[in-house]
Ligand binder design. Sequence first.
Ligand SMILES: [Zn+2]
Ligand SMILES: [Zn+2]
Length: 137
Amino acid sequence: MQHLSNRAPAKCAICGEAESTPGTFPMVVGVGRVCLSDGMKKVKCEACGDEVKLLTSAKLQGKTLCLSDYMKGIEKFRQHLVVNFDEDTEPATSILARAYNEAPEGYTLLTVHRGRNSTHLWEAEYEKTEVFQMRCS
Ligand SMILES: [Zn+2]
Ligand SMILES: [Zn+2]
């Protein structure tokens, strides 16, 4: 792995400090690599107002978001969505009903099936409704 050892040390996107060993600074989506002390600083999610560590935040279109709002944010740009359900926590019949009734806004349920190599995980696949309609007309 020649290229790994040759990797230049990253600089903290916040304070500019260079890491002592390449690869030690964690990556924050939309921000870049940050040193650990900046990573531990609290930032405020602009969607729900929660205070989270910079490390567990992400930046999307200039907004600081907690990870769950970030996930919601990028879902808007995704055509496909997979939601996992666990049969250990609820019965299969309820999973099927919920997968259908609680489809994320703007998405159409394509299929619900058991997760690969799993006896209790289910995957519900959704497709953006506009895409779904385009395909079906
Ligand atoms: Zn820093
Ligand atoms: Zn949030």
